[in-house]
Write a protein that binds this ligand. Structure first.
Ligand code: COA
Ligand code: MG
Length: 291
């Protein structure tokens, strides 16, 4: 899921373009991008879309962002969008473990009601000071949680923090990444509202990549290719990972735990990372790495 394109649920005229894009995932939105007077209509539109066969056959990871747990829309949103093929429910503005448990219970009920056999995961938006402080506890609150996603607009705007100060962005990215890592879930990068600023998008995505994020949220189709490019392992990384894994196999045969590859010491954690790189490469159809 290198790229995840947000599509407002109230704009069905964008759906075709979204499915034709190269985005790995599509996140149909019922929250901030839908005006309050069109929430019901958008929910009906998404229910119809996600009940159809074509989205499932698209090969894209299907995600729906519902309104917050405490909102009047939440229960109806979940019941509408939880359909076979939905991979993740994106929960905005999460601030307590109770909300995560309530969302998990709502998923139990919706899956049973709608005949959904494959459990839907939870992608929690961490987009408030409290949410960030509690990020690990939120991620660990229920096994349905698959990932944490940073929301920088909601986090920074009310506090009047500069959204485009790379040092500040780096600080919260690292905090989120460590919380996600401790809980064993993935970290996902925020949307970048200045969609004409390609260099800015790529710089931020690069930072997230170096911090081990899985991919970056996109709000505009033009951002998708950049996210896909930045979050794919480079040919150089794949080649090095192959050398590390080959050396690890030889070292194991010799009964050695630490050894040298390309002039650097390698031991168990480096091999783990190399194997993960090769697994990602295989998933993306890149290179022919050994396992
Ligand atoms: N998904 C699919 N298609 C999209 C799209 C999206 N998120 N955003 C734009 N497009 C399409 C446009 O319809 C247009 O298609 P066309 O060339 O066939 O007419 C093309 O891409 C270019 O769009 P453009 O005119 O540059 O954008 P815009 O000014 O119409 O819209 C936004 C800009 C930001 C309002 C729009 O991209 C958008 O709503 N993005 C999603 C916002 C969102 O979901 N936010 C919540 C999460 S933070
Ligand atoms: Mg928001």
């Amino acid at each position: 899921m290198r790229s995840k394109l947000f599509v407002p649920g109230s704009r069905p005229e964008l759906f075709d373009k979204a499915f034709r894009s190269d985005a790995d995932a599509l996140s149909f939105d019922l929250e901030d991008s839908v005006s309050p007077d069109r929430k019901t209509e958008a929910r009906q539109v998404l229910q119809a879309l996600l009940s159809a066969e074509a989205p499932r056959a698209s090969g894209k990871t299907l995600i729906a962002r519902v309104n917050p747990c405490q909102s009047a829309h939440f229960a109806a949103d979940v019941l509408a969008v939880v359909r076979p093929g939905l991979a993740l429910l994106n929960l905005p503005k999460v601030e307590s473990a109770e909300e995560v448990l309530a969302a998990a219970a709502a998923l139990d009920a919706a899956e049973a009601a709608n005949g959904v056999a494959e459990p839907v995961g939870l992608l929690l938006n961490i987009e408030s000071a409290r949410g960030l402080r509690l990020a690990h506890a939120l991620a660990a609150a229920h096994p349905r949680v698959a990932g944490l996603q940073l929301g920088l607009g909601d986090l920074f705007e009310p506090l009047q923090i500069d959204r485009h100060d790379p040092a500040t962005v780096h600080a919260v990215m690292l905090q989120l990444r460590l919380a996600a890592g401790e809980a064993g879930v993935f970290a996902y990068d925020a949307a970048y509202a200045r969609f004409q600023d390609v260099d800015g998008f790529r710089a931020e995505a690069g930072e997230a990549r170096r911090l081990g994020f899985l991919g970056k949220s996109c709000i505009h189709p033009s951002q998708v290719a950049h996210a896909n490019d930045i979050f794919r392992p480079s040919d150089e990384e794949i080649a090095r990972a192959q050398r590390v894994v080959a050396a690890a196999d030889q070292a194991q045969a010799r009964g050695v735990g630490a050894y040298t590859v390309d002039g650097e010491m390698v031991d168990a954690p480096f091999v783990l990372r190399a194997r993960a790189t090769l697994a990602t490469a295989r998933r993306l159809g890149l290179g022919q790495g050994p396992t």
